[in-house]
Design a protein around this ligand. Structure first.
Ligand code: HEM
Length: 248
């Protein structure tokens, strides 16, 4: 991208009003050029996939700890609120869907397997974008990473809704006297933390003023919690009872 240079001192023959208008237009052109280069530079600093789109980094934006601290705080509050909701709300199957599977549980297991696969692909894609896999990332990878990440977020929200709404955050003993297993409690807490981490990750992706470590740390935290939630639910189910279509 060419450098922005201020111009507008060449209207030697023009009268006062024309000279003033010419200088004003040049100043406006210089300002819009500077803003465009600054935005391109900030984007490239934050997101490795945007680096290929701009070769000139522009002025370095101010970095602040306020953004990550706010992101983690908001994520923690969301996780706690979901847990409180999971305890206060009366579980009900009304307002849920099976998507054609035999039960809601079978549907959740299958969708969660898809979430697990997407999560692994997201991790590999992020490592590639950050240049950690040796080979240079192809230009389409940033877009593919965003699209598959958005699909993953929708699927997580979908399954989490069915867990929270139909079952809630279970611990102790259920109304029918059945004791709640430690796995179930751990899974419920992890599920709430996953949604909180998702909120923190969105803050990290959207922020233009956070330190460079915030995005990979928020992404790594989300991946770790998500995989733990998948392992304590769908993977446990598959190991204990087999693939849902085969009879459950
Ligand atoms: C939002 C907070 C969440 C809460 C409170 C929650 C709670 C629960 C509970 C109580 C169960 C029943 C466990 C049992 O009967 O043994 C369950 C099952 C399940 N959950 Fe969640 N969950 C949450 C989020 C998630 C998320 C984000 C996923 C996917 C990544 C997920 C996937 C599953 C699956 C596949 C099952 C069925 C397998 C099983 O019985 O464990 N849940 N959830």
């Amino acid at each position: 991208m060419p450098r922005c240079t201020p111009r507008g001192r060449r209207n030697n023959g023009a009268d006062g009003l024309e000279r003033w208008a010419g200088q004003w237009r040049s100043t406006a052109r210089y300002a819009s050029c500077w803003v465009a280069q600054t935005l391109a530079g900030v984007g490239a600093q934050e997101h490795p996939d945007l680096m290929a789109e701009s070769s000139s980094p522009g002025p370095t934006p101010a970095r602040s700890m306020t953004v990550p601290l706010t992101g983690f705080a908001v994520g923690a509050v969301v996780a706690v609120l979901l847990g409180v909701f999971g305890r206060a709300h009366d579980p009900t199957l009304a307002g849920t869907t099976t998507l054609g599977f035999r039960t809601v549980l079978a549907m959740k297991v299958v969708v969660t397997v898809a979430i697990g696969v997407i999560a692994v692909l997201q991790l590999l894609g992020a490592l590639w974008l950050y240049g950690k896999l040796g080979a240079a990332a192809p230009p389409w990878l940033g877009t593919a990473h965003r699209v598959s990440g958005s699909i993953g977020v929708l699927l997580i929200a979908f399954v989490a809704y069915h867990c929270l709404w139909a079952l809630g955050l279970e611990y102790g003993t259920l109304p029918d006297g059945e004791p709640v297993s430690t796995r179930t409690l751990v899974h419920g807490i992890l599920g709430c933390l996953v949604i909180g981490a998702l909120v923190t990750k969105v803050v990290a992706v959207r922020s233009r003023h956070a330190p460079g470590w915030f995005l990979p740390v928020a992404g790594g935290l989300l991946f770790t919690l998500l995989m733990a939630a998948v392992l304590t639910s769908a993977v446990w189910y598959l190991a204990a009872k087999g693939w849902p279509a085969s009879g459950y």
